[in-house]
Design a protein around this ligand. Structure first.
Ligand code: F6R
Length: 268
């Protein structure tokens, strides 16, 4: 098991800094497996919130390895994905559904009714209703045992984007259709051949209320481009302008897995 180079506690949680993104991902995967095992042992299932993007790819690679080696059973895992572009066609290779198939689900083969992703094809007038359904389903499943998160350069978590809402509102956001922030669109362009005009302008996202109700949270962040957002999330005030700072409200349940470049702005 990889050991961290540095560990610290901030107002946003426990921070573990590893020598590389790969080492951090491997440690995060081990933690995920531990939560899955414990949850299945204690309540017969594990309910896990999953993220997409670049940060979790090596976590999923490791989970697939463990599954192939017979070390990780996926049979009792119920998963909910954080977000999906809207609108997006079911077979679109840019969809987060396609991403999950490629990086995890093709290998672990969840049962058809156990891996939940937003459907980016629903009529616009029902998009928020679908999202609200996810909040109810997760609650009915007994809440999330673990939520896996990345963080945007603008400090977003899921697609809860920065804004100037009052704090109480920011902490209690339901799952919904959200307009993507300019920095999110800029960063997403790399998945669309560098052409920002092809990135859908909106996305369905799990809201902060459900994320913050998770019994444990893992945040992955790698590379210098994340260091400013991390410094704000850990050292700044809790504010809707930096959605990751809202994790300060549940700091005792949050563990951050970082590489040295991402952690460079965090004071001991
Ligand atoms: C993806 C998600 C986003 C990403 C974030 C970081 O499901 O919810 O919040 O986690 O944009 O993306 P990467 O990992 O590509 O830097």
């Amino acid at each position: 098991m990889p050991e961290p180079l540095r560990e610290l506690s901030t107002r946003a949680g426990r921070v573990r800094v590893f020598e590389s993104a790969l080492a951090a991902s491997s440690a995060a995967a081990d933690r995920l497996v531990e939560v899955i095992r414990k949850s299945v042992a204690s309540r017969g299932r594990a309910v896990i919130g999953l993220a997409t993007g670049g940060s979790p790819i090596n976590v999923y690679r490791r989970l697939v390895e463990l599954h192939v080696q017979g070390e990780l059973r996926w049979d009792d895992v119920i998963s909910y994905n954080l977000d999906e572009y809207y609108p997006v066609a079911p077979g679109d290779p840019h969809s987060y559904r396609a991403y999950m198939q490629k990086h995890l689900f093709d290998a672990v083969k969840p049962a058809a009714n156990r891996a939940h992703l937003f459907d980016g094809t629903v009529p616009e007038s029902f998009a928020n209703e679908q999202a609200a359904g996810f909040d109810r389903w997760i609650a009915a499943d007994g809440g999330l045992d673990l939520q896996l998160l990345g963080i945007g350069r603008n400090g977003h978590i899921g697609f809860n984007e920065p804004d100037d809402a009052p704090l109480a509102e920011a902490l209690a956001r339901p799952s919904r259709l959200e307009r993507l922030h300019p920095i999110t669109l800029e960063d997403a362009a790399r998945d669309f051949g560098g052409d920002e005009s092809r990135v859908p302008r909106r996305a369905l996202t799990i809201g902060t209320a459900t994320i913050l109700a998770a019994r444990s949270v893992i945040v992955l962040a790698f590379g210098a481009q994340k260091s400013e957002a991390l410094a704000r999330a850990h050292g700044g005030a809790m504010t809707s302008a930096t959605p990751a700072s809202l994790l300060q409200s549940i700091a005792d349940r949050v563990t951050w897995y970082l590489d040295p470049a991402a952690a460079s702005g965090l004071a001991d």
